[in-house]
Design a protein around this ligand. Structure first.
Ligand SMILES: Nc1c(NC[C@H](O)[C@H](O)[C@H](O)CO)[nH]c(=O)[nH]c1=O
Ligand SMILES: CC(=O)[C@@H](O)COP(=O)(O)O
Length: 163
């Protein structure tokens, strides 16, 4: 469903498990920091709201969305985590670079999750312009950081229930 038909921060339709038992990594890209900072705040606050302990949230920053791949891999190699949330914002420029970055990041993040058998959440905005990005980072369409955090909690809980 397109973001303009739902709110990325509305979870009134679903039950969110407690995040208290779990350890989370957050990797945030510095590119478009006015957007990714909002995504980070949304994700961090959502984890705390649902019971995560501050000491169980390990946050790191990387240069751009392309480095989210390596950042998630490094975090999972060095920390015992139940899920990693990757936050970035890729905005179309004049060239096809956007396409290469978006495809690489989506595929790369998926491969990291498979490598470590851990959920790695794709919290990356891929927009035509900054307005669309801000609308999805605490604006009229909610905050994709919230959505990414709730997704991480749910899959960590699912995994834990199968142990
Ligand atoms: N144009 C955007 C980038 N580009 C930088 C790449 O992500 C990467 O850091 C560089 O290619 C070096 O490896 N990154 C974003 O996150 N958002 C953009 O709009
Ligand atoms: C997604 C990008 O790397 C892009 O913003 C870079 O801009 P340009 O395509 O004009 O070089």
């Amino acid at each position: 469903m397109a973001s303009n038909l739902k709110n990325l921060s509305d979870f009134s339709h679903t039950t969110v498990p407690s995040a208290k038992p779990f350890r989370f990594g957050i990797v945030v890209a510095a590119w478009n920091a006015e957007v990714t900072g909002n995504l980070y705040r949304g994700a961090y606050d959502s984890l705390l709201k649902h019971g995560a302990e501050e000491e169980n949230i390990i946050s790191v920053e990387v240069a751009g969305s392309y480095e989210l791949i390596a950042g998630a891999d490094i975090l999972l190699s060095k920390q015992q985590l139940d899920a990693v949330i990757c936050l970035g914002c890729v905005i179309q420029g004049e060239t096809r670079h956007f396409d290469f970055i978006c495809n690489a990041v989506a595929n790369g993040i998926a491969q990291v999750g498979i490598k470590h058998t851990k959920p790695v959440i794709f919290g990356v905005l891929t927009t035509d312009n900054q307005e669309q990005a801000l609308d999805r980072a605490g604006g009229k369409h909610g905050n994709k950081g919230d959505e990414a955090a709730i997704t991480a909690i749910k899959i960590a809980d699912m995994s834990n229930s199968l142990k």
